[in-house]
Write a protein that binds this ligand. Sequence first.
Ligand code: ADP
Ligand code: ZN
Length: 361
Amino acid sequence: MTEIKVEIKPQDNDYKIFIGYNILTEIRKFIDKYFSKKRIVLLCDSNIKKIYKDIITGDLEISKNNIFVFPKGESSKSTKMKEKIETDFLNHEVDRNSLLLTFGGGVTGDLGGFIAATYYRGIPFIQIPTSLLAMVDSSIGGKVAVNHNMGKNLIGAFYQPKAVFIDTKTLETLPQKEYINGFSEIIKTALIRDKKYFIFLKENLELILKRDINIVQKMIKRSCEIKAEVVSLDEKEGGLRKILNYGHTIGHAIEKLSNYKIHHGFAVSIGMNIENRIAESQGLISSMERKEIEEFIIRSGLPVKIPKNIQPDDIIKKLKYDKKSVSGIPRFSILKGIGNCLFDIEVDKTVIKSSLNNQIL
Ligand code: ADP
Ligand code: ZN
């Protein structure tokens, strides 16, 4: 089992990310060591409950009245669902002396983490991400949230977990589309911070797509390291952490305009390509680099173009509600070469427009 430390100030917020194959039994040991007096409750979606019910009651030793289930899918990331689960918790007398395990994809971690942040003014929680996207991105860094009608992740908090357990064995049941969805965030971490890692991804793409366990483990470890490093340097997104939003300014708008039919990672890969066009037009990356990235993204099975039913003008309108916008003017995190990313970049509307127009399907 590999360990990565996430250092958050003040120091009692530090926690570890544990990565390994078939490590779910380790979670029980960790709980017995550090949280032996707590009542352990688990939150998961309907899908995970179906696939992992024996593991939840077996390896994790969670009794039936401590398992809380919500319907799978992004639409569950809402204030309504948060309230419903809180009511369930109260009805089952989940009290302040409880520890919450969020077992599942990013929806479970974001929703469950936000519940943990506010339930009785905060109860501890442990992230057990099972989707590739949640493993390398949403489970690390303490951002927890639900969506609002006006946009994604608009209602939330910074609330760090006590630990993150990544069991790569759970990837065996993950559908290929969800796997590729998460790979988009992996490409992102390489592009913003580590050129050598991008080359590693390029050279090993076939093994990655076949889910060769050694390569997958290495890849997850490196992406977690990058995310942990960025978050440790800037927990509350005062500056550097904004680089993690590369591809997301445009990506979130597309995701929202598709009514979440386009998966997050797929919207982000389109977003990265459009934002690379912006970078190219500003002289920040060469046309060769832009094409190199685009070809790689296509090879990995991710989209690079805006579907016909989404209008560039609507994307521009949506940018106003992006979290990074200042007084309604969008700010971009864009690449300056491969492996380096700038943030807080204001871009002229005409540049955004022509970059969008160049990436229509
Ligand atoms: P994401 O992780 O992409 O943010 P979700 O939490 O909704 O979003 O997860 C995407 C879908 O994948 C959900 O239907 C979820 O139940 C399913 N899922 C997550 N992890 C696994 C897994 N290890 N095996 C099978 N299905 C999974
Ligand atoms: Zn993302």
